[in-house]
Each structure stands twice: as C-alpha cells, then as structure tokens.
Ligand binder design. Structure first.
Ligand code: PMP
Length: 341
C-alpha cells in the first residue's frame, strides 16, 4: 500500500499490515449488506463461539472488541485505572502502550532488554506495579518468549499483578504445534486468573481497516471486561468479516507460512548487505538494530520511496510486503550501509 507524503507516494513498510483479505471475506461482507440498517449483535456471539471452539476455551472466556488496541485500553482502564500504579513492559515497545497506560491514570515503566529477558522485567516490578504487558512476539524486534518464559514470569511476578499478553502477531510464530511455542491462551485454559491475552484480526487476517480483535481471560474477569465495553461497537461488517476469516484457516496458514519464509529470506539478504545484527523474527516484520542511526535510516528510506518505522536509540522495523517491494527495499537498505552500526 502507498502513503502520500508531501510530494510523493511512499510504499508502506511501517504498519505490519497484510496485503489482502482472506478468500470468502469480501463475499461475506457483500452478502450481509441488507442487514446493515439494524444494530449489530452487541456481544458478537457467533464470532465469540467460533473463537472459543478454535481456541478450546469456553465462550465466557472470550471478549470481542473493535481492535486489540481498544481491548488493551479497556483492560488497563478497568484493572489498573486511576490507581497511579505502574505498568511494566519491554522497551522499545508498541508505541501505543505508554499512551494507553497514561490514559488509564497509571505510570508506564519501559524496561530495556525486557523483550527477551524476564528477569529484567521482574527487576522493574515493585509494590506499585499493577500490570506487566508482554508483547509476544515482540513488536518491534520480532523476538518471541517461550512457554517456559511465561511460566517463569507468572511464578515470580506476584499474585496481584495482572499479566497482559499481547499476541497481535501470534499467527506468524513458527511451529505453533511445538510444546515450547508461546501461547498465552493456554495459560487462560489452565486457569490462570491473572492473565489476559489480546489478539487481533488486523495483522495475519488482513482486516486492519475493519477494527476487530478479541481477548481471552477467565470468566469472572472476562465478564467485567465485556461489560466495560460500549454497546454495539463492533460493526456488523467487522463481525461478518472476522467470522469469514476464521473459516479461511488453510489460506491463513499458507499466508503465514509464506511470511515465515520471506522474513528469513529478507533477514539473510540484509545480512548479505552488511546488516549483521538483524535477529530472527517471529512476526511479519524484521528488525534492524541501529542505535545511533535509526532516524537517518528512516529518512534515507523515505528519500528512496519507503516508509519504515524508526525507534530512535534502538533501530528500525520493516514490515514484510510483496516480494518485489521487499527486494527493492533490500537494495535501498544496502545503499544505506554507510550509516549502519
Ligand atoms: N498490539 C500490537 C503489538 C500491535 O503492533 C498493534 C498494532 N500495530 C496492536 C496491538 C493493535 O492492533 P489493532 O488495534 O489493530 O487490533
């Protein structure tokens, strides 16, 4: 997708979107148009039940909302709101966290190296900590924690601290059947009542424009979070599109599998171009650590027609796109070698 900046359109590699809807989704939306004079189902029950069946949870353990950012806001407002308590997460982070935490009347605590080091996160936990947000896989670095890491966090964080596992990029994790694969939903299924998992249809399912996400939590907490949402705020087309996306499971899997291959190809090509520190990614983007040149790299890319996301002091995140765009981006990055490392 292109974005118009003053003067020229840029190819967008800065939003981690997928490039298309899954099959059957557009048809399902068109087929539903005649019902749009009515309000949508306020609880999105069809979608909730489909998600529960897929995740092997009870429908009472799922809450559907208009995107996972809204659900994160709702969790923080409801569980942490007004306490002036602290919310701990890894730095660099999804930009919205700091804002959502502050909106909830709490204090953001961003921890260097926390994406891969649970001890670093735990060291930042104090008696004032109300929640820890774990983004897994981690935006922006693409790092993934294991189930053992999450076990360790839960065993040591303290019973009164809410653990929010943001799994916006979960579908892109390799080898999801592996027992070691990180899966926050499994912790909910095993009865952990201090865990909330958020997921989205915006990334792998390609529905960012329709705004739909969901969370999983034990029934008592899920009930509170369901009531904390505004009525009717997941639109009928969003509910229909998400349900149709869930039915397109096999195409979703082949899309994700292609992305897993493409991110490794891009990583190797970046290594070959001299970016030797690019780590393995578990998401639909790659991360170039550039602690002292992130802004310069972003403007070099913009001058060459690409929008990428810079994290000053840390590095740059590049969303995977169509092969031709990825190949052209690598050529552009290679020309920026002089500003690297
Ligand atoms: N969490 C993470 C880690 C994200 O990167 C994003 C979107 N970039 C979101 C949550 C929010 O996604 P949405 O509101 O579209 O579901």
């Amino acid at each position: 997708m292109a974005v118009t900046m003053p003067g020229r359109p840029l190819t967008r590699l800065d939003r981690n979107e997928c490039t298309s809807l899954l099959p059957g989704v557009a048809e399902a939306i068109r087929g539903d148009v005649d019902g749009w004079h009515c309000y949508p189902d306020p609880d999105a029950w069809l979608l909730t039940e489909m998600l529960a069946a897929k995740l092997r949870l009870h429908p009472d353990e799922i809450v559907v909302g208009p995107g996972s950012a809204e659900l994160l806001e709702r969790v923080l407002r409801t569980c942490v709101g007004g306490t002036r308590g602290q919310v701990v997460y890894a730095a660099p982070a999804f930009e919205a966290y700091a804002d959502l935490v502050r909106r909830a009347g709490a204090v953001p605590v961003a921890v260097a190296h926390g994406a891969t080091n649970i001890d670093a996160l735990l060291a930042a936990v104090t008696p004032s900590t109300r929640a820890v947000i774990v983004c897994n896989p981690h935006n922006p670095t693409g790092a993934a924690l294991t189930a053992a890491d999450l076990d360790y966090l839960l065993a040591n964080v303290g019973r009164n601290v809410l653990v929010v596992v943001d799994e916006a990029y979960k579908e892109f994790v390799a080898d999801v059947a592996n027992a070691d694969s990180p899966d926050g939903v499994g912790f909910v299924a095993r009865g952990h009542d201090q865990v909330v998992v958020t997921r989205t249809f915006s990334k792998a399912h390609g529905l960012a424009g329709l705004r739909v996400g969901y969370l999983a939590a034990r029934p008592a907490l899920a009930r509170v979070l369901r009531r904390a949402g505004l009525p009717f705020h997941v639109s009928a087309p969003a509910q229909i599109a998400a349900a149709a996306s869930l039915r397109a499971d096999s195409t979703l899997e082949s899309r994700c599998s292609w992305i897993r291959g493409e991110r490794e190809r891009v990583r190797h090509a970046l290594h070959a171009a001299g970016f030797l520190q690019v780590p393995r990614s578990h998401a639909n983007f790659v991360w170039i650590p550039l602690p002292s040149a992130a802004e310069a790299f972003v403007s070099h890319c913009a001058d060459s027609g690409f929008a990428v996301r810079g994290y000053p002091g840390y590095g740059v995140r590049i969303s995977l796109a169509a092969p031709a765009d990825n190949a052209e981006f690598i050529r552009v990055a290679a020309r920026a070698r002089m500003i690297e490392q």
